[in-house]
Design a protein around this ligand. Structure first.
Ligand code: SF4
Length: 272
């Protein structure tokens, strides 16, 4: 992890880093590792944000894990919830809405993480994405021909009010994260979200596992190839300038942000 942190300048002087801590294995291991490796630095601060989407049976145990690890590490921890922010848990949203659960969940969670991190004075937002996640996303976008989405994986420049994301585990295999949890006696919850349905991603994941087993190191090859092409992606799809959502004022490339569009669809706000 230290290699990637240094290579991509993820942790710099006077950074206040928010960790997106779901309480799943990756984000819990990341919280532990960041505190252990960089917690003694006086010029860097960490705190954690947990978003409780309201998924019965799945989220409550991981919220407890998040509370426990931050308490053990003596780290500031904020829990925000869909219920408090949107007046509804994800389970209710899913019953009411017409879109897939992950559409609401992903958009609302990103909104809450960014806004909370900003309000808490964060300069960066760290997520637990590992090498397996990253290479699956890269290959998936290639296979689906979605190069614009692929280009969005590359942070191009800082935009006002949008907290820059960092992924310190992006060069760490998923199995290494699991091993790290076992070796450090970190509580993990391996349950899968009941709404998780990604058949194409699962096929890409299985292909990469199999390929890596037969030809070790190929996940790194995918990552290096992607990095070698980054300048092309940036030239074809330069990062869009952001404006302000006319409803909530959050940064967005359009007139209205995705969060307000979904809130309107759910009848949570009344606008034309
Ligand atoms: S699988 Fe979908 S619904 Fe479940 S936590 Fe992830 S984004 Fe949310």
């Amino acid at each position: 992890m230290k290699y990637a942190v240094k290579k991509y300048n993820m942790i710099e002087r006077n950074n206040r880093i928010a960790i997106a801590l779901s309480g799943g294995k990756d984000s819990t291991a990341l919280t532990f590792a960041l505190k252990k490796l960089y917690g003694k630095r006086r010029d860097v601060e960490f705190f954690a944000i947990t978003v409780d989407e309201g998924i019965a049976g799945y989220r409550p145990p991981t919220v407890e894990i998040a509370k426990k690890i931050t308490s053990n590490l003596e780290m500031e921890h904020i829990v925000v919830s869909f219920r408090d922010e949107f007046g509804m848990e994800l389970d209710e949203i899913v019953r009411k809405g017409k879109k897939k659960p992950c559409t609401y969940c992903g958009v609302f969670r990103k909104y809450l993480l960014n806004r909370t991190a900003r309000e808490m004075g964060a300069t960066k937002l760290a997520t637990g994405h590992n090498l397996d996640d990253e290479t699956q996303t890269i290959l998936l976008n290639f296979l689906q021909g979605d190069i614009e989405r692929l280009a969005r994986l590359i942070p191009q420049r800082v935009q006002e009010d949008l907290i820059m994301r960092i992924k310190p585990f992006r060069e760490v295999y998923e199995k290494e994260v699991v091993l790290y949890c076992l070796l450090n006696d970190i509580d993990v919850d391996m349950e899968e979200c009941p709404y998780s349905q990604f058949p194409v991603r699962a096929a890409v994941r299985d292909f990469l596992y199999d390929f890596e087993n037969r030809y070790p190191g190929r996940k790194y090859s995918v990552m290096r190839s992607f990095e070698a092409l980054q300048d092309c992606f940036k030239a074809i799809f330069p990062q869009k300038d952001l404006t302000r959502c006319r409803i909530c004022g959050e940064p967005t490339p359009k007139d209205m942000c995705q969060t307000c569009i979904l809130k309107r669809e759910l009848g949570l706000i009344d606008i034309d």
